[in-house]
Ligand binder design. Structure first.
Ligand code: ZN
Length: 198
């Protein structure tokens, strides 16, 4: 039977995505063993991030600056805009290092089941960015799920009257696949082979 403090730490960790109670207990044990070496670095990193994380008002990315590092980077091609469901997808695509444009985070996907409507997502701000001009191509990088694809088609419809090319990630993405779980090679391939949405 662990102490109350250890139980509290384990249940806090168990709430992290991808960590169940069992992995959380393993993480706690690891931290206990490495308390001299790993714990201070982890604490520092958490404290640092807690005070500085902000959401980019342009694209919705999470960073320690607003505009985020990607929006603020003049080497990024403002003509290409890649639309993703979540920040995790943005990070996954950016790790693949093939896309040199900018991003737009929707903050989810349309879902009748979960009651997510267009106005719950950052679609108006996306249209606003396209309306401002300077965007040639919008890459819809939704997950290969039913809801992801419904969202992609909805956005393509809303963009119909704008003079932009609308493309989407090539299939070959596993059906039901979440971008975040794909390896960088697969993602890079899906981006390279992107095609007009039809
Ligand atoms: Zn940004």
């Amino acid at each position: 039977m662990a102490s109350q403090e250890i139980e509290t730490l384990a249940s806090a960790l168990a709430r992290l995505p991808g960590l169940g109670p069992r992995s959380a207990r393993r993480a706690v044990l690891w931290l206990v063993k490495k308390r001299e070496s790993a714990l201070p670095a982890l604490l520092d990193a958490l404290t640092e991030v807690q005070g500085r994380l902000v959401e980019c008002h342009i694209c919705g990315n999470v960073d320690t600056q607003d505009p985020c590092g990607i929006c603020a980077d003049p080497r990024r091609d403002a003509k290409q805009l890649c639309v993703v469901e979540d920040v995790a997808d943005l990070w996954a695509l950016d790790r693949a290092k093939l896309f040199t444009g900018r991003y737009h985070v929707l903050g989810g996907r349309l879902s009748a089941l979960d009651g997510v409507r267009p106005e719950d997502l950052a679609i108006d701000t996306l249209l606003g960015r396209v309306e401002e001009g300077g965007v040639d191509e919008v890459v819809l990088a939704m997950n290969a799920t039913l809801e992801g694809q419904t969202t992609a088609h909805y956005i393509a419809e809303r963009l119909e009257d704008y003079p932009v090319r609308i493309t989407q990630l090539a299939h070959g993405l596993p059906v039901g696949g979440e971008l975040d779980y794909l390896d960088e090679g697969t993602l890079a391939q899906a981006l390279r082979a992107r095609r007009p949405l039809g």
